[in-house]
Design a protein around this ligand. Structure first.
Ligand code: ZN
Ligand code: ZN
Length: 279
């Protein structure tokens, strides 16, 4: 007689965070740097770190032996950013919010549909999905309704629950963007937050014990919809990540001069910056 084995209850464990690489596709504010028609010293600077496309990042990680790429936001510069970062695949797109500087490149996701039979999943809050469907209705329409030349997208609403993408868990985090409510995302020991002016109390708990934290820091002068460098530094003080990178930066901040004034562990992001996050 075979010994009876005690059966384990079925569990769906949270996958272990195996590390990832974050590449900054764009570190600039909504108009980008240089700003059209501007001749200030940052807009005319020779430092490549002063040339900032609109804000977005790519997160790359291994799912078994497949190297996945998840993009957070598709800026109006997405095509140029994908070429520069040599993106060969986009497995999913997730959105922080529906402002034009964060969504307008979605049409350029099209080449990533080539050679894959399924639609590319697009994760966003219900209100952001509504905007995406209004701006790019053809991307979400039924098969065959727009033959050729359109992205094929699958809308996936995000609420407070974690999103498991190919073994990587992205936890949505509520963010205040002036009076607007938007999302940031925590994945493993990294979090990407942009356009914030602050956080509701429950989000602060979700942003503890981070290795890497991205935050928006527009400039030094106050703005109703964005944190200044000083306000972003206060958030860093409060959340105490190992490393913080400021993004969504306007032409009032020179990269070289600004990083000199930042405390250790805090830096300005720049386009093309790659950060390894350990598992
Ligand atoms: Zn923005
Ligand atoms: Zn915004």
């Amino acid at each position: 007689m075979r010994p009876t084995r005690r059966r384990r209850p079925p569990v769906t464990p949270e996958p272990e965070f195996a590390g990832c690489e974050i590449e900054v596709l764009g570190s600039g504010t909504s108009v980008g740097v240089p700003t059209i028609g501007c001749h200030c010293k940052v807009c005319t600077s020779d430092d490549p770190r002063d040339r900032r496309l609109r804000p977005s990042v790519a997160v790359r990680f291994y799912d078994e032996d497949i190297r996945r790429t998840v993009v957070i936001d598709t800026s109006p510069d997405f095509r140029q950013q994908a070429l520069r970062a040599k993106l060969e695949r986009v497995d999913a797109v997730i959105y922080t919010h529906d402002h034009a500087d964060h969504i307008m490149g979605l049409d350029d996701i099209r080449p990533f549909n080539y050679g894959r039979p399924d639609r590319i999943p697009v994760y966003a809050s219900p209100s952001t999905l509504q905007s995406l469907r209004r701006v790019f209705p053809y991307g979400f329409a039924g098969e065959g309704s727009h033959p050729g030349g359109v992205p094929r997208l699958d809308a996936r609403p995000v609420n407070a629950d974690p999103i498991n993408l190919f073994g990587m868990v992205f936890q949505p985090v509520q963010v205040d963007h002036g009076p607007k409510k938007i999302l940031g995302y925590r994945f493993g020991r990294a979090a990407y937050v942009t356009d914030q002016t602050g956080f509701p109390a429950e989000s602060l708990a979700q942003l503890q014990d981070l290795d890497v934290l991205f935050l928006g820091a527009l400039r030094h002068l106050p703005h109703p919809m964005h944190s200044t460098v000083g306000q972003a530094l206060e958030l860093v003080e409060m959340l105490r990540p190992n490393r913080a990178f400021f993004t969504h930066v306007c032409h009032e901040l020179s990269h070289k001069e600004t990083i000199r004034q930042l405390p250790s562990g805090v830096s300005l992001a720049y386009d093309g910056l790659r950060i390894e996050v350990e598992g």
